[in-house]
Ligand binder design. Structure first.
Ligand code: BT5
Length: 311
C-alpha cells in the first residue's frame, strides 16, 4: 500500500486527494492516511493541504530506500553527509565489504580528485558515489577500469546531453567538465585486492565556484531541467553493470571503440601535462592497454601512461 501511494505521489506534479487515491487503489481513506503517515516517518517530504490532498515537495528524493529500489544487485549505503565517499568505502572495505558495495552521499564536504586535488560537491545537487569492486585482474590492467567507468558514465549521461570523454577520467559537455572519476586501488605487489571507483557528477548545480565557472557545467544547466539524482545513479549503475560485464568477458578491446567514439579531440592538437614533461602533440587515440597515443611535433608516436590533457 505504502509503495502504491508513493508511486502515485511521485508521478503527480500537483496535489492528489486522499479520496482519489483510495478510489484508485480500491482501499479506505484510513489506509491511505496510514500509508502517508508511515512515509512521512521514513522521511518523505509530503505536504498535506486541506481540500487539495497530498504532494511530494521534493522532486529529488535520495535515501537508502529509494536507492535499494533502483539496483537490487548492489548493496548501496546512503549517507546524508560525509567528507568523502572514497573514505567511507575504504572503511567499509576494511570492515569486510563485498564487491558491488556502493556508497552514496547526499552531500560530500571534502571530495577528492586525483593527486590530492579537490573535488567540489555543491550541497544536495551533485552525485557523489564510490563503488567497491573486487576484480580478478592483475595490477597492470587496473587503469583500464577508469576507462570502463568513463564509457559507462558517458552512456548514462548521454540521455541528458551530448557528452564526450577526456582522457583519462573526465566527462565533458560542451567542453566543460560535468563528471570526474577517481580510481583507487588496494593491492598486494602481485594482486589487486579491491578497487574503489569514485564518481562525482554535477547534476543540479546552478552556479560554480569562480575558479570553475568557465570549466564546469551540470546536467541541469545543459539539459535545461532539474534531474532527480536517483535517476542518474540508476543509469550509471545499469551502464556500469553492462560495461563491466563486457570487460570481464571480452577484455578492453571491445570497449575501446566505444571509448573512442566518445573521445574528444582525436586528431586535434593538445597539450599533455605529465610528471616528466609538458608535450604539445596530436591526439591519436588509446592503446588496448588504455594508454594515450599521441604524435609529437616531429612525427614520433609516444604513449602517455598518466597525465592531464589541456584542450
Ligand atoms: C577528478 O579528479 O576529476 C576525480 C573526481 C572524483 C570525485 C568523486 S565524488 C565521489 C568520490 N569521493 C571523492 O572524494 N571523490 C570521488 P581530477 O582529474 O584530479 O580533477 C580535479 C579537478 O577538477 C580540480 O582540480 C578542479 O579543477 C576540477 N573540479 C573540481 N570540482 C569540480 C566540479 N564539481 N566540476 C567540475 N570540475 C571540478
Amino acid at each position: 500500500m505504502k509503495e502504491d501511494v508513493l508511486a502515485i505521489l511521485k508521478e503527480s506534479q500537483s496535489h492528489v486527494s486522499g479520496e482519489k487515491m483510495s478510489e484508485q487503489l480500491a482501499c479506505s481513506r484510513t489506509a491511505i492516511w496510514k500509508a502517508i503517515s508511515q512515509l512521512k516517518k521514513e522521511g518523505y517530504p509530503i505536504e498535506a493541504q486541506r481540500n487539495l490532498g497530498y504532494k511530494l515537495t521534493d522532486f529529488d528524493l535520495l535515501n537508502e530506500r529509494e536507492l535499494a529500489l533502483i539496483a537490487p544487485e548492489y548493496k548501496i549505503h546512503y549517507i546524508e553527509q560525509t567528507g568523502s565517499t572514497q573514505q567511507v568505502a575504504m572503511q567499509l572495505l576494511a570492515d569486510g565489504a563485498d564487491t558491488n558495495t556502493v556508497v552514496v552521499a547526499g552531500t560530500q564536504t571534502s571530495g577528492r580528485g586525483r593527486l590530492g586535488r579537490v573535488w567540489q560537491s555543491e550541497k544536495y545537487t551533485t552525485v557523489s558515489m564510490s563503488m567497491i569492486i573486487k576484480p580478478t585482474i592483475t595490477l597492470q590492467h587496473a587503469p583500464k577500469l577508469t576507462l570502463v567507468a568513463a564509457v559507462a558514465v558517458a552512456r548514462a549521461l548521454s540521455k541528458y546531453a551530448d557528452v564526450s570523454i577526456k582522457w583519462p577520467n573526465d566527462i565533458l559537455i560542451n567542453g566543460k567538465k560535468v563528471c570526474g572519476i577517481l580510481t583507487e586501488l588496494q593491492a598486494d605487489p602481485d594482486r589487486i585486492k579491491a578497487v574503489i571507483i569514485g564518481i562525482g557528477i554535477n547534476v543540479n548545480n546552478a552556479v560554480f565556484d569562480e575558479s570553475l565557472e568557465d570549466r564546469a557545467t551540470s546536467l541541469a544547466q545543459e539539459a535545461k531541467q532539474s534531474i532527480p539524482r536517483v535517476n542518474v545513479i540508476e543509469r550509471v549503475l545499469t551502464e556500469w553493470t553492462q560495461m563491466y560485464a563486457l570487460f570481464e568477458s571480452d577484455g578492453f578491446t571491445v570497449l575501446k571503440p566505444l571509448w573512442e567514439a566518445y573521445a574528444t579531440s582525436i586528431g586535434a592538437t593538445i597539450r599533455v601535462r605529465s610528471e616528466q614533461e609538458t608535450l604539445v602533440c596530436t591526439l591519436l587515440g588509446i592503446t588496448d592497454d588504455g594508454y594515450l597515443r599521441v604524435q609529437r611535433e616531429g612525427g614520433e608516436e609516444t604513449l602517455i601512461i598518466s597525465g592531464d590533457i589541456d584542450l
